[in-house]
Design a protein around this ligand. Structure first.
Ligand code: XMP
Length: 507
């Protein structure tokens, strides 16, 4: 495996993704991690950082332990500067901060790091400091017009530093450089595949769980579904799944999804708890208060149901890697913008041990594993859907009537996306019921009814997003269809905000 030492760069996760795409396993650890070498470790990558190595409070790990292993090291940006400075080199502020594209000229094409890389290629820079002097024994490998030290190697060692970011898309030959480092220099075998992951995880799960019983909360989403099928493969009927209808799911979702789970051989208890959720949500308008009410009701019901199963001692969750990476936080704990209720977990009183078979995987890897497990595309390619569901797409208080109205409009939207071949092009789409009414005219009658907003965004991880540029004809058809078919809606608008500054959901 490869170890990625995180200094807080926004790109650290991207480095990990690139390594994983080479079918090589890697882990991200904070730079404060106490390092214990093990046989599976083949190389170390030092990430970038928002800090400058000259800052008083800059992250300064003791790298000696890493050096002592003799393993290959690749410093990226801050990582490269740190290696240079800690070996007696000099890092100074750049005359101008360097962000964006630059042309890299490879001056030592014989270096294994640049095997197969063009002599001139585009790279992506993002730094305010520059290495002005490299220590003795450092050999320059590449540079740009503005940055003399674009890449170096410590002579006689497999330690490299590069000033640019090979992991970003705009470094056009970055993938080749990373492959050179990971496959050739670190000598990693490219055997981290969905099949090998399934094989190892199934045997680990069997060992861990033994003859015990496990309960898992299904949501209809990709992560919990893949976790369930994986566990089912490992322990069969020892697994019971609970799927709660919170009354905030999409139209027909509960029945449809329950049906497809049964087709996969899973033992699923479907719980119709709609009325409990509507009661808990009655008259609550504040988004966070709604989330809390939904979260609490879910926990109560899940707790109740799981107590009905005899002798359960494990709780399985579909937690994935981005939720568990202990990234270093630069500005202290980040502000709570929305409390995503599924991150809080379940109460201690349940006294269950937790098993999270997907905690090492990124979302795209979860999908690949799902595919290898034979789960159908209709489940795997589904858009993300928030845990509180339509509850946070009805602005203001939630009632059963509003849910039905929204479900109908949302259904038309989703169906049309699928029919027009747009569903797969979009990260996430939905309809939002606004808490205002507007005047319209239907036939000769004046109407005074609801307004809905359409939301459709493209994104790679949900962290940033841009609105989807629909053809006007599509919008026209959709608006017509919703207004004509859903009684109670007389106006449709399209949300053209990106995230940031807006968010994907409206609440
Ligand atoms: P925002 O609205 O913050 O959403 O841009 C980012 C992603 O998170 C989903 N989301 C939630 N998921 N519980 C969830 O499980 C929540 O409370 C919640 N709020 C937002 C949202 O749908 C998008 O995919």
């Amino acid at each position: 495996k490869i170890l990625i030492l995180d200094f807080g760069s926004q790109y650290t996760q991207l480095i990990a993704r690139r390594v994983r795409e080479l079918n090589v396993y890697c882990e991200i650890v904070p730079f404060t991690h106490s390092f214990v070498p093990d046989d599976s470790l083949k190389g170390i990558i030092l990430s970038g950082s928002p800090f400058s190595v000259r800052d008083e409070n800059a992250p300064m790990p003791d790298l000696q332990g890493y050096h002592n292993t003799g393993l290959p090291i690749l410093g990226v940006c801050y990582g490269a500067q740190l290696l240079a400075q800690s070996n007696g080199g000099e890092v100074v502020p750049s005359i101008s901060r360097e962000y964006g594209r630059a042309m890299l000229t490879v001056t030592d094409p014989t270096s294994p790091l640049f095997r197969g890389v063009s002599l001139k290629s585009q790279v992506w820079m993002s730094h305010g400091d520059t290495i002005s002097k490299v220590p003795n024994g450092f050999k320059l490998l590449a540079g740009t017009d503005d940055v003399a030290v674009g890449a170096y190697v410590i002579e006689g060692r497999n330690t490299y530093g590069i000033q640019f970011h090979p992991e970003v898309y705009h470094t056009t030959e970055g993938a080749i450089m990373l492959k050179n480092f990971i496959v050739d220099i670190c000598d990693c075998k490219q055997d981290w595949t969905p099949d090998s992951f399934i094989e190892t995880t199934v045997s680990e799960l069997r060992q861990k769980v033994g003859k015990d019983k496990v309960v898992l909360g299904l949501s209809g989403g990709v992560d919990s579904s893949v976790a369930a099928v994986l566990l089912h493969k490992a322990i069969g009927s020892q697994l019971t799944c609970i799927f709660v209808d919170n009354g905030l799911l999409r139209k027909n979702e509960f029945v449809d999804v329950l049906e497809s789970y049964k087709g996969m051989g899973l033992n699923v208890i479907g719980v119709d708890a709609k009325q409990q959720f509507y009661t808990a949500l009655k008259s609550i308008e504040d988004p966070e208060a709604k989330r809390k009410a939904i979260g609490k009701t879910f926990i109560d019901i899940f707790d109740q149901e799981s107590h009905k199963i005899q002798g359960v001692n494990w709780l399985a969750q579909g937690t994935i890697y981005p939720d568990v990476i202990e990234s270093i936080s630069v500005n202290g704990p980040s502000m709570t913008i929305k409390s995503h209720h599924n991150v809080g977990g379940l109460p201690d009183t349940m006294k269950l041990k937790v098993v999270e078979p997907l905690r090492l995987l990124f979302k795209d890897e979860v999908r690949r594993v799902g595919r290898a497990l034979g789960i159908g595309d209709h489940l795997l390619s589904r858009h993300p859907f928030p845990g509180p569901g339509l509850g946070i797409r009805i602005l203001g208080d939630v009632t059963e009537e509003k849910v039905t109205l929204l479900q109908d409009a949302d259904y038309i939207f989703t169906q049309m996306l699928r029919k027009e071949g747009l569903y797969e092009k979009i990260w996430q789409a939905g309809v939002i019921l606004l808490p205002i009414r507007s005047v319209g005219v239907m036939g000769d009658e004046r109407t005074y009814e609801n307004v809905v907003a359409l939301r459709a965004v493209v994104s790679t991880d949900g962290m940033t997003a841009d609105w989807y540029h629909f053809p006007y004809e599509f919008l026209a058809k959709l608006s017509n269809e919703i207004i004509n078919k859903v009684k109670g809606i007389n106006r449709v608008v399209y949300d053209i905000s990106s995230k940031p500054p807006a968010t994907i959901e409206w609440e």
